[in-house]
Design a protein around this ligand. Sequence first.
Ligand SMILES: [Zn+2]
Length: 191
Amino acid sequence: MGSFCEPSSATLRPVSNRDYGEQDCALARALEAIGERWVLLIIRDAFYGVRNFNDFRMHLDIPKAVLSERLTGLVDEGILRREPDPTHAGRHLYELTQTGRELWPAVHALLSWGSEHRSTNRLAFKHIACGTELTGRGDCPTCQVAPPPDNIMLEPRPGAKSRRQDPVAIALGGPHHLLEPLLPRAAPPAD
Ligand SMILES: [Zn+2]
């Protein structure tokens, strides 16, 4: 139907130069799981509620084979869970596992650093319970807690416009709760 196919990734896992075998530090182990190009952007989109292959692909402009390899790697690392897409036979949906959700403070810290030192993030993150914008450290100054991602909403800053016009970017043009599906799809009509 004109949409993209999800290629098999069985032969795409690299022998990989991503390991830091001689580095005796947990940061090296973390980077082996999430240090490859695109991976943190895929994880960011998963926090935003992107769940299907084509939505990741269209939002990231990432080659299909690379996306497939990265998604498989994240599933193997226990960061994403893959399940059949009930609306499309042969396709899958991806969502963060609890282990993956625990990356939120790291993702938020990098977003905040980029916003502070590179270019202002067009999205603000707010504590759902009270509506207060989180600090760069990820805590709510009103409630004095660091809310977990399922108690955080994102909201475009006033006047901030996305330069992108893909479905994910358009859906992020309004308030949205983290982890909730961003582009839920109905089952295709029967022939
Ligand atoms: Zn609060």
